[in-house]
Ligand binder design. Structure first.
Ligand code: SF4
Ligand code: SF4
Length: 439
């Protein structure tokens, strides 16, 4: 993989201001807490209809290898447990809780040491979610099988134009973030940590560096910068930029001795260790031309999109709007408001309906723009063509498996071709051809 010639895509909208602190969402009457994250990590309820719960009461625990401890975001009564659609587009059990407005909470027990084993147990018990993959964090650290991590990379920023969670936490919760980074160093026994910022945030990096030096934190750290171009913070590209290591899609970061965390993961880890708080809420960047109060919000798990609209203010609610989860290059559009915020929701964009272009795709005009912006140096139009004409061997020759589904090709394409969606499907054929799983 070469990166030196990478053209990438500059943020095309004004980036969310880093100078805005995180706004906590006001309490709601009902919370509909999804019990499944990332389609495969399912948990089984441990409460029953009619139970009284507090904020921090365990609602569900893993039913298989991939589940997560899920805690109540509020004190109240369990009204129902039923299945419905999630923000991921999946169908999963939810626990419906009515807020009793007593604000009662329960914490995790204190931990006695910050040894690696104790900390890994705390990661599991607190329900920490890997902010990069959306999977339970303990899966990364509990099963290392004789291998070891040498490098911890902490992404303190984002190249995503619609997401400013990490830089906001680095700015306003600096102490918690760098303490959480220290706990990740303990978990991994890595010798050092590298904090990564985009070049747009050099001032913030200087502030973090000064804070670490002033408070005499007992660990080695480096600060590195990457260009502020989407999607250079993708884990496969980031490890190449920061460590000079090329990791193939589907290969293990652990094999390379590298783990990537984020400022948000560090913040959650610190709260779990120092304040005994399980994860019950998510910081979400809300952006888009249909939003009256854009910003970063602390949103309790299970808040409905309808309640969120009321809180942030939506200019055109009736004819409304298309809700995009993720960024405009690779996000998913939703029309259903009867879905809940979950612990993997990062950013939401509310567009006015007339901004959303549902026009059909046109024939490729061979302009070459998709290949010019592809960060993995693929030729998206050729892969697309091979897929549409069912030349599956050709798909492999064109290395479709290396696609990171960043969406840059579809975004730039003047013919509005659905390149990312089809290449995402094509790469499964490529993996099959190479003898890998079709997952
Ligand atoms: S979605 Fe895949 S093919 Fe398209 S630009 Fe991104 S990496 Fe390249
Ligand atoms: S950007 Fe679109 S029109 Fe241009 S070569 Fe790629 S697929 Fe064809």
């Amino acid at each position: 993989m070469k990166l030196v010639n990478f053209k990438g895509i500059y943020p095309f909208t004004k980036k969310m201001s880093v100078g805005i602190d995180i706004t906590p969402m006001r309490p709601m009457e009902f919370y509909n807490v999804p019990l499944k994250i990332k389609n495969i990590a399912e948990s089984e309820p441990v409460v029953r209809v009619g139970d009284e719960v507090k904020q921090g009461t365990l609602l569900a625990k893993p039913s298989g290898n991939f589940g997560l401890n899920i805690y109540s975001p509020v004190s109240g009564k369990v009204l129902n447990i039923f299945s419905k659609t999630t923000l991921n587009g999946d169908y999963a059990k939810h626990v419906l809780i009515m807020n009793n407005n007593k604000n009662e909470s329960v914490d995790l027990p204190e931990i006695e040491s910050v040894s690696d084993v104790t900390l890994i147990n705390r990661i599991r018990d607190a329900g920490l979610i890997d902010t990069i993959s959306g999977m339970p964090t303990y899966l990364k650290y509990a099963y290392v099988g004789g291998r070891s991590y040498k490098t911890v990379i902490i992404m303190m920023d984002s190249t995503d134009p619609n997401n400013s969670i990490n830089q906001t936490l680095a700015e306003y919760k600096t102490e918690e973030v760098i303490n959480g980074a220290k706990y990740f160093v303990n978990v991994t026994s890595a010798s050092a940590v590298t904090f990564v910022f985009t070049e747009a945030n050099r001032k913030l990096a200087a502030k973090v560096k000064k804070h670490i030096l002033d408070t005499k934190k007992n660990y080695d750290f480096k600060i590195k910068f990457i260009p502020n171009k989407y999607p250079l913070d993708n884990p496969y590209i980031l490890t190449n930029l920061v460590c000079g290591k090329k990791i193939k899609q589907g290969s293990s970061f652990l094999d390379a001795g590298i783990t990537i965390e984020s400022a948000e993961a560090c913040y959650n880890f610190c709260r779990a260790v120092e304040f005994n708080k399980p994860v019950t809420s998510k910081i979400v960047t809300i952006d888009g031309n249909n939003v009256i109060r854009k910003g970063n919000y602390l949103i309790q798990n299970g808040v409905s999109i309808e309640n969120l609209y009321d809180f942030i203010g939506v200019e055109d609610k009736e004819t409304s709007s298309v809700l995009i989860e993720g960024n405009v290059m690779a996000g998913k559009a939703h029309y259903n408001r009867d879905i809940s915020i979950s612990l993997t929701t990062d950013s939401l964009i509310l567009q006015k309906y007339d901004e959303y272009d549902e026009s059909k795709e046109y024939p490729c005009i061979s302009c070459g723009k998709c290949a010019a912006v592809c960060p993995m140096f693929l030729n998206p139009s050729q892969i697309d063509n091979a897929y549409l004409t069912e030349r599956f061997d050709e798909i492999s020759k064109l290395n479709a498996h290396a696609c990171i589904e960043c969406g840059c090709c579809s975004f730039i394409c003047p013919a509005r071709r659905y390149l990312t969606q089809r290449i995402a499907t094509a790469k499964h054929y490529d993996r099959k051809n190479r003898g890998g799983s079709n997952g």
